[in-house]
Design a protein around this ligand. Structure first.
Ligand SMILES: NC(=O)c1ccc[n+]([C@@H]2O[C@H](COP(=O)([O-])OP(=O)(O)OC[C@H]3O[C@@H](n4cnc5c(N)ncnc54)[C@H](OP(=O)(O)O)[C@@H]3O)[C@@H](O)[C@H]2O)c1
Length: 248
C-alpha cells in the first residue's frame, strides 16, 4: 500500500495524468459489438488499458482486436453478469435497445438491463462506471419523437441513469447528441451540464474519448454531461470542460 501511495504521489508530482497509473487495469466494455463500442475498444487499448469486450454472441461479434478478451453476457439475464465483471476495475456501458418492442426494448435494456449491470458492478467492486446515455434522457413525454418511435426510450434511459446515480458507485453519465461515425480527435467538442438542451451531432469515437477520460478524471466523478461537436473549439479543448460542470 505504501509503495502504491509513493508511486501515485510521484506520478502526481511529475504531472502525469490519472490515466498514466490506471493503464494496465481492465475495462469491461458493455455493448462492445456496437458502433460506439468498437471505436471505444481501440481508444482504451491505445491508452494502455486491458479491454474486456462484453457481447451477446461471441460468434457474431467478429474480430474486436488483438489482445481484447471477449466475454458473452446479456443484460436482460442478470445471472450472466457476475462472471463478465469478475476482476474488472472499470465499466463503460454503450448498450442500447435493439427494438422498440420486447424483448430487447428500452424498458428491458436501457432501464432494467442497466439496473442489473449497475448492481452487478457494485457487487464486483467496480471503481468507476461510465454510462453512455442520450441528450434528452428522462423526457417522459409520449409525443417526443424518439419516445414515440422507439418504445419511450428517453424515459427508460432516464430511469437507468437514476439507478446509477443512486447506486453509491462512482460514476459519470455521458449524454451525446445524434451519433455519427468518424475518426476521433479531429473536431472540437462541447461539454455541458447534462440538462442543457444542446442540439447537434457528435462522432461515436469522440464520445469514446470523453468516456475513456472519465474513467480516471476526478473532475468527471458524479457528473452528468451533454456533449456535441463544436466546430469553433480546438479538438482537445474539451478536456478543460469538466471543471465547469456541477456534480449531480
Ligand atoms: N443513434 C444515436 O444517434 C444516439 C444518440 C444518442 C445516444 N445514443 C445511445 O448511445 C448508445 C450507443 O449507440 P450505438 O448507435 O453505438 O449503439 P449500437 O451500435 O446499436 O450498439 C448497441 C450495443 O448494445 C448491445 N446490446 C443490445 N442489447 C443488449 C443486451 N440485452 N445485453 C447486452 N448488450 C446488448 C448490442 O449488442 P448486439 O450487437 O448483440 O446487438 C450492441 O453492442 C445507445 O445507448 C444509444 O441509444 C444513440
Amino acid at each position: 500500500m505504501r509503495v502504491l501511495k509513493t508511486v501515485i504521489a510521484f506520478a502526481t508530482a511529475m504531472g502525469l495524468t490519472a490515466s498514466a497509473y490506471a493503464a494496465g487495469e481492465t475495462v469491461l466494455v458493455a455493448g462492445a459489438s456496437g458502433k460506439s463500442g468498437k471505436p471505444l475498444i481501440k481508444i482504451l487499448a491505445d491508452q494502455g488499458y486491458k479491454v474486456r469486450a462484453m457481447v451477446r454472441d461471441k460468434a457474431k461479434a467478429g474480430d474486436l482486436g488483438a489482445g481484447v478478451e471477449v466475454v458473452q453476457a446479456d443484460v436482460t439475464d442478470a445471472s450472466t453478469l457476475a462472471a463478465a465483471l469478475k476482476g474488472a476495475t472499470f465499466v463503460i456501458s454503450t448498450i442500447g435497445a435493439t427494438s422498440p418492442a420486447p424483448p430487447n426494448n428500452p424498458e428491458n435494456v436501457d432501464f432494467k438491463g442497466v439496473v442489473s449491470l449497475v448492481d452487478a458492478a457494485k457487487a464486483a467492486g467496480i471503481r468507476h462506471f461510465v454510462l453512455m446515455s442520450s441528450i434528452g434522457a428522462g423526457d417522459p413525454k409520449p409525443e417526443t419523437m424518439l419516445n414515440k418511435v422507439f418504445g419511450m426510450v428517453l424515459l427508460w434511459k432516464g430511469k437507468g441513469e437514476d439507478h446509477l446515480r443512486q447506486s453509491g458507485l462512482s460514476y459519470t453519465i455521458v449524454r451525446p447528441g445524434g451519433l455519427t461515425d468518424c475518426d476521433p480527435g479531429k473536431v472540437g467538442l462541447k461539454i455541458a451540464a447534462g440538462n442543457e438542451p444542446l442540439q447537434g451531432r457528435i462522432c461515436r469515437s469522440d464520445t469514446g474519448l470523453i468516456m475513456a477520460d472519465a474513467l480516471t478524471n476526478r473532475g468527471a466523478k458524479g457528473k452528468t454531461i451533454a456533449i456535441i461537436s463544436d466546430d469553433k473549439a480546438a479538438p482537445a479543448a474539451w478536456k478543460g470542460g469538466w471543471a465547469a460542470i456541477k456534480k449531480d
